[in-house]
Write a protein that binds this ligand. Structure first.
Ligand SMILES: Nc1nc2c(ncn2[C@@H]2O[C@H](COP(=O)(O)OP(=O)(O)OP(=O)(O)O)[C@@H](O)[C@H]2O)c(=O)[nH]1
Ligand SMILES: [Mg+2]
Ligand SMILES: [Zn+2]
Length: 322
């Protein structure tokens, strides 16, 4: 058995890096993929068996994941989908000139849930004028508070890329998330100092990206760090994101400590400190609305999962792991 790291996932077999520097393609051992259907994700540390004649190795075991990025499986509502493992930082790429605060708040909850350091990269700053840029950055800094660093970046501003690079020091790994077309691969290329990832202009008709990046790969960058360029994901359903909600909405979590009832829903209960803050003008109503929406989504998912577990248990199937 050799320990190895999954460094590329595409339509073929996962590519792993061995300790001696060799890279080999692997298939999964049958024992892994039957039943619970556990598959390696980008960043996974795995144990592999010796190579066969076709130069294909076999992933016999996936080592415990120290950190995971998880969303609700868009295809199966009561199932989790792990997108990446064993990283140190999540970089949320969001276009500065087209802020979508609801989307950003959702991205932050998912990122905070991982327990990694979180950085918001406000991309394509050159498309906004200075006044617009500083206003947008301020709006985002208000939302983010102390839970994440905020960097305004642009491919026309080399210093902004250097600032982003300081968040991915030697030996550490960051995953980049964000909608298709926000400029994730462009950032990866600038951090790497080479055109390692393909990029395409967003469509002029609808301003959306084309999902240029379809594989997942760990890319070494200048300065000794690593980044994972993720395909742009549209659906980011929450999955057991209670902790992420508490961290990404630290302002509301803190206010809620002064609510009269411990299980206050911040709806119409008496003595609600959160609503009081909205009325006093110190908490933006849209912020509370956003929190409640995500909170409800998370609670609903947990109910559905519990229900699915019960059905599975009744049928005598084992519990599914995260
Ligand atoms: N003006 C401007 N355009 C940029 C900047 N960064 C990226 N772009 C352009 O935005 C388009 C999309 O960039 P990509 O890097 O491919 O976006 P992506 O997030 O990787 O997209 P997916 O792989 O589909 O998820 C390309 O045409 C880039 O040239 C920037 O800083 N300024
Ligand atoms: Mg891309
Ligand atoms: Zn309350």
């Amino acid at each position: 058995m050799h320990e190895a790291r999954v460094i590329q996932l595409d339509r073929g077999f996962p590519l792993v890096l061995l300790e001696d520097g060799r890279q080999v393609r692997c298939k999964h051992a049958t024992a892994l993929v039957k039943g619970e259907k556990v598959r390696a994700v980008i960043g996974d540390k795995v144990l592999i068996d010796a190579l066969d004649e076709a130069d294909i190795a076999q992933i016999a075991e996936i080592l415990p994941r120290e950190r995971v990025l998880v969303r609700r499986d868009p295809a199966e509502r009561s199932q989790a989908q792990t997108l990446a493992a064993n990283f140190d930082t999540v970089i949320v790429a969001h276009p500065l000139a087209e802020l979508n605060l609801n989307r950003l708040e959702r991205e932050l909850v998912l990122a905070c849930e991982t327990g990694a350091a979180v950085v918001v990269a406000l991309t394509k700053a050159d498309l906004a004028d200075e006044a617009q840029a500083s206003k947008a950055a301020e709006t985002v800094r208000n939302i983010v508070g102390t839970t994440a660093a905020v960097e305004v970046v642009s491919e026309t501003d080399a210093a902004s890329i250097e600032a982003l690079r300081t968040h991915v020091p030697a030996g550490s790994m960051a995953v980049l998330i964000g909608r298709s077309g926000v400029g994730k691969s462009s950032l990866v290329n600038m951090l790497a100092g080479a055109e390692v990832q393909a990029t395409t202009p967003v469509r002029e008709t609808d301003g959306k990206g084309r999902h240029t990046t379809v594989n997942r790969a760990i890319v070494p960058i200048q300065g000794g760090g690593f980044v994972v360029d993720m395909p742009g994901v549209r659906g980011l359903g929450l999955w057991e994101a209670e902790e992420g909600l508490a961290v990404a909405f630290a302002d509301i979590t803190e206010l809620a400590q002064d609510c009269k009832f411990r299980d206050c829903k911040h709806a119409d209960e008496p003595g609600c400190a959160v609503r009081a803050a909205v009325e006093a003008g110190t908490l933006h109503p849209a912020r509370l609305e956003s929190y409640l929406r995500l909170h409800n989504e998370n609670a609903e998912q947990q109910l559905k999962t519990a229900e699915a577990e019960r059905i599975r248990a009744r049928k005598g199937h084992p519990r599914r792991r995260k």
